[in-house]
Each structure stands twice: as C-alpha cells, then as structure tokens.
Write a protein that binds this ligand. Structure first.
Ligand SMILES: [Zn+2]
Length: 258
C-alpha cells in the first residue's frame, strides 16, 4: 500500500488515497471478472473432455468398421468365385456355338471382376494393418490430452475459493484506505464509478506529438492542453479531462525512475 502513496505525494492526501483506492478497485474488478468467467471456462473444459472421449470411442468404432468392411469384401470375393465356377460348369453343357462364345466372354468378364475385388481386398488389408498399428499411439495421444484437460479443469474448480478469498482480502484493504478519505471526496469518485466508469481517475501520459512532447489522457487519448497538464503535474486535484470527464493525475515517481 505504501508504495502507491509515495507515488502521489504531490497531491493532497485525500486524492492520493483515492488513487490508491481506485487501483484496488481495478484489482477487485479483475478478480471478480475472473470469478464470473470461471463457470463458463470450466464448462468449456468439460465439453472438451467429452468430445475427446467421443474421439477415443470413434477410433475403436472405426477399427470395427474397417474389419467388417473387409469381411464383407471377402465374402463378396467368395460369391464371385462361386459364380465363376458355376459358369465354367455350365460351359461344359453348352452345345450351341454362339452360346458357347457368349459364356466364354462371361467367364472372362467374371475373372476381371474377381481381379478387381482381389485388388480391393489387398488395399483394404494394408489400410487396416496401418490403422491397427497406429491405433495405440493415437489413443495414447488423446488420453494424454484428456488428462491434461482434466487437471486444468480441477485447477479451475479449486480456483473459486482462492478467488473469493482474494476478494475478501482486497476488500479489507480497501476498507482501510476508504476510512482515510473524506466522504465528500469519496462521493465524487463513487458517483462516476456508479455511472460505469471503471477508471474514474486516470494518469496523463507523455507522448511525442507532431510539435514535440505533449500530454494525453490515458483513457481517451485526447490531448491535454498545456495549462491543464501543468495543473495536474503541480498536484491540483480533480482536474478533469475535457474530452471524457475523468479526473487526471500524474505519476511522478515513474518519471524519476526512468
Ligand atoms: Zn479523457
């Protein structure tokens, strides 16, 4: 806490404490945001785990599917062979020349069909073999990812109480500072905060503009006229940015450190 206070010694004490108070409020807001986002983040991780588990299942199903298709292809092969045997047998009984030639032609066709099925079977067997070999590694990769996501999820589940504790510590600290600020000063701040300003007091920042060094409001980036930036740097409290209406301060210590 003392760190903040030294930085703003140039300002009247109330203003200095108010700036410290706001720094705490911004911290508290951030922790509250984190806390509010937690259930959504946990839900997202749960969904991720579910989809990884499905992916794992689908690998086994894919294997079964490939095995089934190969069995079907093999029985197709046997049927085609049986048909070929039948044609050959029928050939022996044919007396007519034209019919004989037609049957020979059909036999040739059947042989080509069988060749094609054989080629398909070889391809399918190779593919199945590759798939089987790659399966343990693929499963392992998914299982490892599931474990990682699980532990991330557990971490977030434990975070809830940690964040709540952080907030209560920060609120206690806030209360101590609040007590040291005049009520009228505090009200000015609370009023703007209630309007939705997360930052009511903002530092002015030095930049290199077209005409040399100039000061801008760090919230809205508009240029602060020279006389206003002088007032702020001389330690005048509650000087407002003409553009966004926030109160301006100057971080003296930063400049000395540089
Ligand atoms: Zn501004």
């Amino acid at each position: 806490m003392d760190g903040f206070i030294i930085v703003f010694m140039q300002y009247e004490e109330n203003y200095t404490f108010l700036i410290s108070l706001q720094k705490l409020d911004i911290k508290i807001d951030a922790v509250k945001d984190r806390l509010a986002n937690l259930p959504g983040e946990i839900e997202e991780l749960k969904n991720r785990i579910e989809s990884l588990k499905k992916e794992l299942e689908s690998l086994d199903n894919l294997l079964k599917d490939k095995e089934l298709k190969l069995r079907e292809k093999n029985s197709e092969y046997r049927e085609k062979q049986e048909k070929l045997a039948l044609y050959k047998k029928q050939l022996l009984d044919i007396k007519n020349n034209d019919e004989y030639r037609a049957m020979l032609h059909q036999i040739e066709n059947q042989k080509k069909i069988i060749e094609k099925v054989e080629e398909e079977i070889i391809l399918m067997e190779e593919e199945l073999e590759e798939f089987r070999e790659s399966l343990p590694e693929r499963k392992k990769a998914i299982e490892t990812e599931i474990q990682a996501v699980e532990s991330e999820k557990d971490k977030l589940l434990g975070m809830d109480s940690v964040l709540k504790k952080d907030i209560s510590v920060l609120l206690e600290e806030r209360h101590k500072i609040e007590e040291r600020i005049k009520v009228s000063v505090l009200k000015k701040y609370e009023r703007l905060r209630a309007k939705g300003y997360r930052e009511v007091l903002v530092p002015i920042k030095k930049i290199m503009g077209n005409e040399g060094e100039e000061y801008v409001c760090s919230a809205c980036n508009s240029t602060i006229p020279l006389e206003i930036s002088l007032k702020v740097r001389e330690g005048e409290s509650f000087v407002r940015c003409e553009n966004c209406g926030r109160y301006l301060y100057y971080e003296f210590e930063n400049e000395e450190v540089k």
